[in-house]
Design a protein around this ligand. Structure first.
Ligand SMILES: Cc1ncc(COP(=O)(O)O)c(C=O)c1O
Length: 401
């Protein structure tokens, strides 16, 4: 591998510093409005080719607002995958609905449309497919189910950006899509999130929920203006909402990250390809399958450990002993987390009592796959370190082969 062709990147560059400094120069004067949030929203919508982008404090509040905007509430069910970070299911509870878990494909690890179809009931209102690890789920089949049963699809794209499904960019297929700028994500501003949509009515509702139900905000307007409120009879709140707005300082960082999007995502893809090169001759570590009609933005490079004798822990310990970075485990399945398994509060006439419990056996593929997953970091900004990690991986595999 020719290191010279892969420069050391800086995750936080001079651009982020310049925008933060500009933001501080504004002194948070309310008359200046939401300068960086507005610039960020415009830049993000443009890059995805979407009509509306609404910035948020994180990529969980985004999905809560999207569910509320879609009219999801008590008595409704929301279909989600269990193999993901728990926010995807938590937001159903935040909207006073019931999370219903659909199984995953054992090769791509994405939510399986056939299992979604099995889970649809008269109470179902929404599906939240997750683009897990940087790969899109089977969106055409999911959108077909949504059309057939009149459901809203909210893409959870916290772990994906710029990757494509049948030539379409992630985030452009569902009715609304949610992104995260949390520290571990492709584009990071510490915390932050974004909802995108082409539906003006949904965009208005999402914005209002994000901003305390203010009358004066809308799809492309994030702040009420000073002139509006210089009137003692001004009616501010027309609906329920939270203060889920992204702070301006985070927006300044996120704007720079969005402008550097291809550089930042490109590095993760290069690192994933380097590791895939090492794994290609190893029969017992099977990488996530990226179908031919998809590209992968590799938030992490994930693979199934299929060795008959070597345990996940033994492999990880050997990797670390050889000088490897930690290998992350996949999250425990959401419905097996104590919060869900022991009983979570729901308001649903179809369920007895107010607590819904979940038991093992619900999603057999996810249960079989989750304990085997090895998640390798792809965020090496120093290329020589990525190469060193690839060598450590090769050495560890050789040790057990
Ligand atoms: C798939 C997925 N959904 C949602 C979230 C929540 O995003 P945030 O941490 O910005 O709330 C995350 C990660 O943090 C995630 O990985």
């Amino acid at each position: 591998m020719d290191s010279a062709r892969r420069p050391t990147l800086r995750r936080v560059s001079e651009l982020e510093r310049r925008y933060v400094s500009e933001c501080l120069d504004h002194g948070f004067e309310t008359s200046k409005g939401s300068v960086f949030c507005t610039r960020l929203e415009t830049a993000f919508a443009e890059r995805l080719g979407m009509d509306y982008a609404i910035s948020f404090v994180n990529g969980t509040a985004t999905m809560h607002a999207a569910l509320e905007a879609a009219g999801v509430g008590p008595g409704h069910e929301v279909i989600v995958p269990p193999l993901t970070m728990a926010s995807t299911a938590f937001v159903a509870l935040q909207a006073h609905a019931v999370p219903v878990f659909a199984d995953v494909d054992p090769e791509t690890f994405q939510i399986d449309p056939a299992s979604i179809r099995d889970r649809v009931t008269e109470h179902t209102r929404a599906i939240i497919p997750v683009a897990l690890y940087g790969l899109a789920p089977e969106m055409d089949a999911i959108m077909d189910i949504a059309r057939e049963f009149d459901l809203v699809v909210i893409e959870d794209d916290a772990e994906a950006i710029t990757n494509t499904y049948k030539g379409r960019q992630i985030g452009t297929i569902g009715h609304m899509s949610s992104f995260s700028f949390q520290s571990s994500k492709h584009l990071a501003s510490g915390e932050g999130g974004m909802v995108v949509t082409n539906d003006e009515d949904l965009a208005d509702r999402v914005r209002r929920f994000n901003s305390l139900g203010y009358a004066g905000v809308g799809s492309r307007k994030g702040r009420i203006t000073k002139t509006d409120i210089q009137d003692p009879t001004y009616a501010r709140h027309v609906s329920h909402g939270f203060n889920y707005r992204m702070p301006e300082l985070c927006a300044a960082v996120a704007l720079a990250q969005v402008e550097r999007m291809h550089e930042l995502v490109g590095r993760r893809v290069e690192v994933a390809e380097l590791f895939l090169g090492v794994l290609k001759d190893c029969a017992w570590i099977v990488p996530q399958k990226t179908p031919a009609h998809c590209t992968n933005s590799y938030w992490t490079l994930v693979a199934r450990m299929e060795h008959p004798d070597i345990t996940w822990h033994r492999f990880r310990d050997a990797f670390v002993a050889n000088g490897g970075d930690g290998i992350y485990a996949a999250w425990r399945l959401t419905y097996l987390e104590p919060m869900f398994a022991d009983g979570c509060p729901v308001r649903h006439p179809a369920y007895r009592g107010t607590y819904q419990t979940y038991a093992p056996g619900l999603c057999p593929n996810a249960e079989a796959v989750q304990p085997k997953l090895l998640q390798f970091k792809t965020n090496y900004w120093d290329w020589s370190e990525a190469e060193r990690q690839a060598d450590v991986l090769a050495k560890t595999i050789a040790h057990f082969s």
